[in-house]
Design a binder for this molecule. Structure first.
Ligand code: DGL
Length: 291
């Protein structure tokens, strides 16, 4: 009996020692559009957000580079005791997630999980389109990876997918150019180029977490009968469901409603811009992922 009690006390201590916040990662500010929705949906958990602002954009980089950068950031989050990390970045989800899941996670002695944003979006897309023709606006990397057509095909073989890369949208967002004439020019041009691929597209996925920040402009140039889908709520719902189904990881997530922000670039700069993107002032710290 005494032994059992002692074991229980130790087990409880180990668990407390092991527990940690949920990690959210993006190449920069874009992941905040997903993070906001996650915090709104699951406010009871503790979170750490890491933006790799020093090396953004990822969308124009090779598979190897996106994997190497993403892995470094995920390892930093693991070192902060995160057992569950969400890649709130399509480019990282498209180019690094599978390798991390299949190659890196099995090397950890304890339980670590990394989730992305593509599956939560593709598995429900069938509920949104009536014409069964959808458009994808994304970074070059995400488009080139073919992840969206491949994943959608798995869930909904009857849906036709048209893609268009918008390489300038991430730099516009990172530079806070959300309503300038230059931004309007590129947003209008890219939307036209997507829609001219088919007149029957009725749903467009903003398949880059930076893009919802351009929504006022996107709505200005998107025909009103086309539904524009941002991923934040879809990812938040999917995470809530995941935590419900995976008690073994859920019990490793601390609950205190605490939110911390880290950036690989200048913290003051991050704080200034984040207020606009996150909806409230935040305190950020700098994190060097290269040491
Ligand atoms: N926000 C990211 C995405 O969803 C990455 C953009 C980038 O770094 O190019 O794809």
């Amino acid at each position: 009996m005494e032994n059992l009690q002692r074991k229980a006390i130790f087990a409880e201590r180990d668990l407390r020692y092991e527990m940690g916040p949920i990690g959210i990662f993006d190449s920069g500010y874009g992941g905040l559009t997903v993070f906001r929705e996650i915090v709104a949906r699951l406010p009871e958990y503790d979170y750490v957000y890491l933006g790799d602002n020093a090396r953004v954009p990822y969308g124009t980089r090779s598979f190897e580079t996106v994997y190497a950068y993403t892995k470094e950031c995920v390892e930093k989050l693991f070192a902060m005791n995160c057992h569950l990390v969400v890649l709130a970045c399509n480019t990282a989800s498209a180019k690094a997630l599978r390798t991390i899941q299949q190659h890196d996670l099995p090397l950890y002695a304890d339980l670590r999980k990394v989730l992305g944003v593509i599956r939560p979006t593709t598995e429900v897309i069938g509920d949104y389109t009536r014409t069964r023709q959808i458009g994808i606006l994304a970074t070059r990397g995400t488009v080139k990876s073919g992840s969206y057509p491949i994943e959608i095909q798995k869930f909904f073989p009857d849906i036709r997918v048209y893609q268009h890369a918008c390489p300038l949208w991430v730099p516009l967002v990172e530079n806070n150019e959300l309503d300038s004439a230059g931004a309007a020019y590129f947003v209008e041009k890219d939307i036209k180029q997507l829609l001219q691929q088919s007149p029957d597209i009725d749903t467009v996925i903003l398949a880059c977490t930076h893009y919802p920040l351009l929504l006022p402009l996107i709505k200005r140039f998107m025909p009103p009968h086309i539904r524009v889908l941002a991923q934040g709520q879809l990812v938040a719902n999917s995470l809530a469901d995941y935590l419900k189904r995976h008690g073994e990881i859920e019990r490793l997530c601390t609950k205190g409603g605490d939110v911390q922000f880290f950036t690989t670039d200048n913290a003051a700069d991050f704080e200034e811009k984040t207020t606009r993107f996150y909806g409230q002032p935040v305190k950020a710290s700098e994190l060097n992922v290269l040491i």
